[in-house]
Write a protein that binds this ligand. Sequence first.
Ligand code: SAH
Length: 350
Amino acid sequence: MQGQEKKDIASFYLEELKEEMESMGEKSFRAGQIYQWIHQKLADDFSEMTNLPVALREKLDAGYEIRKMELLRRQVSRIDGTNKFLFSLTDGNMIESVLMKYKHGNSVCISSQAGCRMGCRFCASTLDGLARNLTASEMLRQIYRIQKLSQERVSNVVVMGSGEPLDNYDNFVRFLRMLSDRNGLNVSQRNITASTCGIVPGIYRLAKENFQITLALSLHGASQEKRKELMPIANQYHLDEVLHACDDYFAATGRRITFEYSLVQGVNDTKEDEDALISLLNGRNCHLNLIPVNPVRERKYRRPDKKSANNFKNNLEKHGINVTIRRELGSDIDGACGQLRRRTMISEAR
Ligand code: SAH
């Protein structure tokens, strides 16, 4: 098959597209036109590119593809208008994306992998392991499709869907460059947040890329022991190393780290956890996001009640920690990462 496969043209940087044009014997300005069709006018097909000669469109069609993504399901929350999308990729893999509407703009949450191999105990995305990495174009297309389907401009992007972005480093970085490219959607890097479970070498590498994106670190436990209970990745990277890498990211970029902490009743929400979290975050220029755990059918974890979650938050606040409880969106539409995908995969397998 190799050699016959069409090239994934929507993953090319503009510069690379220019080289492609040159090697095809075409003028390099054509690259700019094609790039604009794909990344600004959000074309799905070469036939839409009406300012290109038909012969060129045919040549493109023969050697390249704009990978299609089929919308399998769209669920709209009756509570808060959150939209959840289930897409299928050209090879049949399924991914989820979410559109959240806030006063300050529209935010899209995308997946970076089909499935995940990190194994966090409370997360539905990882139950069937990793199917494969997504290409840059497959990450971008989630945003493009949602912008077209909803007719709403996307101003914020969070890489917090299924998958671990730093486990798909090269495609992820390519995606970031293209998303914030002024020749593309031109989303401000300051409006992009990527969440990692704490792959230490990836965090150091990312710090050197000169991005202005916000890094969110999935903490979930304030001691090495607690973290290990919930996140297998903690066996690979000790909490001290992870925090060191986060400090380095802040020092290199000036961007404050967001720590994410999924509150799990009886597991990481005790007084002892609170104290440990306070001493860990004290003096760090950061933000803490508490996420009452979204119960996943296959797991036994439960969230604390509203009152205890609020107490937990207030006590941290008293110690000067910048903390919010994440507003829950889409709780009626399989809001937690990977739930919709998994439910659909299971019912199709029956
Ligand atoms: N791989 C990345 C992105 C994961 S999803 C990471 O680990 O950070 C984004 C956040 O949602 C992570 O903090 C993840 O731990 C959390 N999460 C996943 N499933 C959850 C659930 N059922 N309830 C609450 N938070 C969850």
